[in-house]
Design a protein around this ligand. Sequence first.
Ligand code: SF4
Length: 409
Amino acid sequence: MHLESPFQWRGTANISTNELVIDGHPSTSPALPKSLSVEVKHILNKVLSGQRISCQEGVILHDKCDLPTLSSVAYFLKQKRYGDFVFYNRNLHVNQTNVCVLACKFCAFRRGMKATDAYSLSVQEYLGRIEPFSEIITEVHTVGGLHPEWDIEFYEGLFTAFKNRYPNITLKALTAVEIKHLAEISNLSISDTISRLNKAGLDSIPGGGAEILVDEIRDIICKGKESSEEYLEIHKIAHQLEIPTNCTMLFGTVETTLQRMIHLDKLRTLQDETMGFQCFVPYPYLPDSSRLPEAQLATANEILRMISLARIMLDNIPHIKAYRMNIGDHISALALLSGADDIDGTVSHEEIMHLAGSNTPLDNLDIDLATLVESVGGIAVERNTDYTQFRNYRRQNPPDNNGLPMVPI
Ligand code: SF4
């Protein structure tokens, strides 16, 4: 992938092990408060000494550790690995269709084929969505509904046209359930489906659709979607084909804390085997009265606990993302102090989270993102999709930090 004038950072990235190595970022372990219980202190000491913790220990930290301590331990782990660097990329979300044969309970995006606001982009319309941003983005992120008529040949045509038009833009596309659907309607194996998509231009696979990888929860919130095992198997096959993928977690519907930890443990176990996950993206469900009315909007406390625990539990997944499309800029900034090292992104268009209730502004410029990152002491570093090339974002005019004028009372 080509990044204009790439700043060659002193770190190196090894794509085969997913390991990013940075020289010389000494980091001092946080002092644990005396008030912690023996149980919590024992688990945190395990974490700080590099030992892996179990699901039950994750639940204890979630329920019994105070947030500042949990965040500071997760931040320490992030700092140890990346120092002050915080990664972002210039990406554009293009949803190719909102027509979907499924109807997951939490989904505000899908439409039936005959809905008045159903859409299915033609190849030309899809390329046209990208055109205005093609000079400023390095990645297109494409996910959508399970269209009943689009088979492998449609997607091969779409991806080939994309690559012919935009050879320097990376294509991260199709969640596991979209790949499963495509394989089924095209009568192909998962492996053949991914291979053909890859030949046509697919570079990496996003992590969407993991929700909670516990089937009794999936049966409630997304019946008919791929099972936990199928989600993991599809990602495993992609990894075996040397296609990097991300993984996600939609939390705050009807699952328990233990089920969230089981989800993290399943991802960690697959990662031990394949090392193909690049980034974990946790995001809370954005409830409204019509979908899953029993769900509650996650508080900032809960979101930051989950991001901290993701960094602590997922000791083998390199990047933890603050998904600002979902959690907003303010909580994203705090997430960067709770173990997240990556933030999405200079997104120019996004539908799925915005239809579900997000009001995070779009069209963020590098400078806006850098300001957010710097506000918590970070250094914004632009990355490419697979984290193998980086360049510093350098602000032309550093902001005046004098703050608001003080008015004498
Ligand atoms: S979450 Fe995906 S699979 Fe489920 S209804 Fe929405 S678009 Fe369809």
